[in-house]
Design a protein around this ligand. Structure first.
Ligand code: ARG
Length: 587
């Protein structure tokens, strides 16, 4: 926002250094921690050290000398209120009124783009969600879906080209069990409605039968080998039933406003994965223990010459030669880089239980000599606990289906909306309830450190007064309703009164920090940076709202505040958009 001024002063510093026969320096600005006044600063320590060359000298003293010299040589540029040399640093303070006008003007002219970074010309991929076909889409899948979606939104805002990839588990033992149960007991049946629920129920049924009678396992294995030989009956049945699951998933993603650029499927990687394993055996990286009745394995620690157990042993193909999860992951990782050779990072958003799996897969690829292997990264997250200690296990069918959770969230939100805003039309109430309900589910999943378990409870999720989506949405609605009452085009850019109140300053400061926070969140892969920011913004806006009259203030304060309200509304909307949460027009 202040590049022009920063460059202007940097030029002055360069001139000063030249005139005084000092080495050149690359001027870097850092923000001075906010303390009622905004300012930037640059350090002269490195330059001072270099100025001595090989000789010894007092670096701190020299840095201070240079800072003093620069400070007295520079005339104060417009928009600043103070220049000071302090302990080897040059500090420049903005005049608060000027600064706040700049921030507000910038937000209002950038609009929906406020906070976004310049295109970086770098591509990253996030693989996330990855539900399994032939199973229920349940609440356990939500954190990956939301984290991956929000990480993608943040990376995009930070300037990356983002590829959103899904990797549905459309093949594996779970699918084979499902097919066995279907062919044996339900052949010809089709789900009428509520596809995902039906698919999930059939899977639970298959498991129940197999648990009651373990002898049936042989039949399941027979189906697996028919699948492996591409028996048309199995392949066709799989194709048809898989489609049912995929239709159900698409409906879910639409509801959640989650999009994918690319679908990879487990089934696509069985054969290429086996070929890679054969190659690993040929090159002496994998040990083929199938002749002795064992599997194909890679003894990672041994290959790496490690004495202590670290990466252990990974099984890359089953003893009966069928592909397993790891076989497919080897080929999937390679395919991603064939499709996008310029991928700077290939992220896998998958829960923490699979950490060892990914460490082993990526290590195997590294040993195999793929130079992109080190660009693969597992982004792990902890699990979600639901109210009433519901445990998620699709094997037993004890899962809370996503659609049920959404239904419950919406109906709870509707109750709150009815109470808060009885005058709203029934149709608007429903729309608001949907936005509030979905926000209530999403926010807790992305606002907690990914390494910590989320314990979901309705009270917190639907809190209008605490750190939750409805509180943020409500702040947005408040800003919106002030502007509705004002009901005129926004006033022209205006320099606010010199005496900005503390709540105005705090709000402006948060708004100004937004672009930096987005970059930080993208770099650290931390959505919670953004969810905190959204909450802090809402809170700062509410403080301002409680302390500063807007429409009844005297000019020119009134105009400046109206513009600030519009800027705050935009900033809150943009941060909600990064979280994939709808900003309702009324509540
Ligand atoms: N479908 C898998 C599961 O439910 C997650 C897939 C993760 N991605 C991967 N490349 N392995 O456990």
């Amino acid at each position: 926002m202040f590049e022009k001024e920063q460059n202007f002063i940097a030029d002055k510093i360069t001139q000063y250094l030249k005139t005084n026969n000092l080495p050149e320096m690359d001027v870097r600005w850092a923000w001075i921690p906010f303390n009622g006044q905004w300012g930037i600063s640059t350090s002269f320590f490195q330059l001072a050290a270099r100025s001595f060359g090989a000789e010894k000298g007092n670096v701190a003293q020299k840095a201070n000398e240079i800072a003093q010299g620069v400070a007295s040589a520079i005339e104060m540029p417009a928009g600043f209120s103070k220049i000071a040399a302090v302990n080897g640093y040059l500090n420049l303070y903005f005049s608060p009124a000027d600064y706040s006008r700049r921030v507000v003007d910038e937000v209002l002219s950038a609009g929906d783009d406020y906070g976004k970074g310049q295109p970086l010309g770098k591509r990253v991929m996030f693989e996330f969600s990855q539900p399994n076909t032939h199973k229920a889409f349940h609440v356990g899948h939500l954190r990956s879906a939301f984290l991956g979606d929000v990480l993608s939104r943040i990376a995009e805002a930070a300037g990356y080209d983002v590829v959103r990839a899904n990797y549905p588990g459309d093949m594996g033992l779970h699918v084979i069990k499902w097919l066995w149960n279907y062919l044996k007991y339900h052949k010809g049946e089709k789900p009428e409605k509520d596809i995902t629920r039906w698919m999930g129920a059939m899977y639970a049924e298959a498991n129940k039968r197999l648990e009651e009678n373990p002898d049936l396992d042989a039949e399941v294995r027979a189906i697996y080998s028919r699948w492996d030989k591409k028996d048309p009956e199995i392949v066709n049945c799989w194709k048809e039933t898989r489609e049912w699951s995929l239709i159900g998933f698409k409906e879910m993603y639409e509801k959640l406003d989650i999009k994918f650029d690319r679908y990879y499927f487990n089934s696509m990687f069985e054969e290429p994965g086996k070929e890679m394993v054969a190659e690993l055996i040929n090159r002496g990286i994998a040990d083929d223990e199938r002749p002795q009745g064992g599997a194909v394995i890679v003894k990672l620690d041994e290959k790496l010459g490690l004495k202590e157990e670290k990466f252990r042993v990974i099984v890359v193909q089953r003893s009966d030669s069928t592909a397993l999860y790891a076989t497919e992951d080897l080929a999937l990782a390679r395919q991603k880089f064939l499709d996008y050779p310029d991928l700077e990072r290939s992220y896998y958003v998958v829960d923490v239980r699979q950490s060892l799996h990914f460490t082993q897969v990526f290590k195997t690829l590294e040993i195999a000599g793929f130079d992109w292997a080190t660009r693969c990264q597992h982004v792990s997250y902890e699990l979600v606990n639901l109210p009433g200690n519901v445990v998620m296990a699709s094997r037993e069918g004890t899962v809370v289906l996503l659609e049920d959770l959404i239904r419950e969230a919406t109906s709870r939100a509707l109750e709150v909306v009815r109470e808060k805003n009885p005058d709203l039309s029934e149709e608007s109430k429903l729309k608001v309830a949907e936005a509030v309900g979905l926000g209530a589910i999403k926010y807790p999943m992305v606002s907690r450190d990914s390494g910590k378990i989320v314990t979901f409870d309705w009270e917190t999720a639907l809190d209008f007064n605490g750190q939750a989506a409805p509180y943020i949405q409500y702040a947005y609605v408040r800003a919106n309703s002030i502007l509705k009452k004002y009901n005129a085009p926004l006033p022209e850019s205006i320099l606010p009164d010199d005496q900005l109140s503390t709540s105005e300053i705090a709000l402006i400061d948060l708004i100004a920090r937004m672009p930096g926070e987005i970059q930080k969140a993208a770099k650290e892969l931390k959505p919670l940076t953004v969810s905190n920011m959204a909450y802090e913004l809402a809170k700062a806006f509410n403080d301002f709202y409680g302390q500063c009259p807007v429409l009844i203030a005297e000019e020119p304060v009134r105009s400046a505040r109206i513009r600030l309200v519009a800027a705050a509304k935009q900033a809150i909307a943009n941060s909600l958009a990064l979280l994939g949460i709808t900003a309702p027009q009324a509540m």
